[in-house]
Design a binder for this molecule. Structure first.
Ligand code: FE
Length: 346
């Protein structure tokens, strides 16, 4: 099994896992995976792939930005064949940085809906999450909630808490609003929305859900898997937060675009030498069984149609998802950041 340099890995804060080898005697090549998803959220699927195709898989996990930097620094010398990360905005950054290469197969084009993959085939979504409204039902009348746009209404003054504008999830949501409503309308929306903050942005999605549960603020935006995870937690305090907070699907009415969705996804690196294995892995991860498993362990929605969402998400019910091409989130990212800054979203 090929060893990736542990020294440079340590320097860059990534973790190497000496893993997932099928019997070397029968191995038909290898595959090197850089994953911003934690080991437990991807390794079993890679293991199944390694067994099925008799491929030796080496997995490096690390922080998303750290791994992207590593790919940039390594350039053509990078041992990585595929890169797994979350958010179309980040996948776009990898594409823009030149560390990915396009690839397509008939199967992928058929099973991954076109809006959930890169227009130029640089990356494919593996799972979906929605970024939606969460509220405290003791403080907020559900009937007062409607759309993302409505959160700029002065009726929400002092009631909304959010995480920082440096967070890619919020940037991608704003990027989707630019696509839907245009630059000017999005800036004025942001100005109204920021005026409604109860306090300066803080924390991560889970902290915000806890703040809403505790009545620190009444309304927030968070990704569905964080809420699903709280509901599945072994910690009674976290399950209590799940009970104290309610999910609201925005923009669901006739003629509205639906809730903002994003993906975790995968791309083939520009330096890939094991292209055939890389292509097969992406196909493997979009087969029925992998999709079910991957969605279950991550509390996310499958990208492939006709597969049930995990049990943890079923209480959320069905919803209409925005079918905007996620490539647009990358295209609009820079402007989104600029507008958030202009509006004073710290
Ligand atoms: Fe997350």
């Amino acid at each position: 099994m090929k060893k990736l340099s542990p020294t440079s890995l340590l320097c860059l804060g990534a973790t190497i896992l000496p893993v997932l080898a099928s019997s070397a005697a029968f191995a038909s090549g290898e595959l090197n995976v850089y994953s911003a998803r934690k080991e437990a959220l991807i390794a079993p699927a890679l293991d199944a792939y390694a067994k099925e195709y008799r491929v030796t898989v080496n997995l490096v996990t690390g922080n998303a930005d750290t791994l992207l930097n590593r790919l940039k620094i390594e350039g053509d010398a990078s041992p990585a064949d595929v890169f797994i990360t979350v958010d179309a905005g980040r996948l776009y950054r990898a594409k823009a940085a030149g560390v990915l290469q396009p690839f397509e197969t008939d199967t992928l084009d058929e099973v991954v809906p076109s809006h959930l993959r890169d227009r130029e085939h640089y990356w494919y979504g593996l799972s979906q999450r929605a970024r939606v409204i969460f509220y405290n039902p003791k403080k907020v009348n559900k009937a007062d909630l409607s759309t993302y746009e409505d959160l700029a209404d002065p009726k929400w003054k002092g009631q909304i808490c959010v995480r920082s504008s440096s967070n890619i999830y919020n940037q991608s949501l704003v990027a989707s609003m630019i696509e839907a409503n245009g630059e000017e309308a999005t800036l004025s929306w942001l100005q109204g929305f920021v005026k409604n903050f109860s306090r300066p942005p803080f924390g991560g999605d889970t902290d915000l859900l806890k703040a809403v549960g505790a009545g620190v603020c009444n309304v927030t935006l968070a990704n569905t898997y964080y809420y699903g995870r709280l509901g599945q937690s072994d910690n009674p305090a976290e399950r209590k937060v799940y009970d104290q907070v309610s999910l609201f699907w925005p923009n669901q009415q006739e003629g509205e675009r639906g809730a903002h969705v994003n993906v975790s996804g995968i791309g083939m690196t520009a330096s890939a030498t094991n292209k055939r294995n890389a292509r097969r892995l992406v196909e493997f991860l979009t087969n029925h069984e992998s999709q079910q498993w991957y969605a279950d362990v991550n509390n996310e929605y499958p990208v492939v149609e006709g597969i049930e969402p995990p049990k943890s998400l079923q209480p959320f019910g069905e919803f209409k998802a925005d079918t905007l091409s996620l490539s647009a989130l990358g295209d609009n990212n820079r402007l989104a950041v600029e507008l958030m800054d202009k509006a004073g979203w710290k």
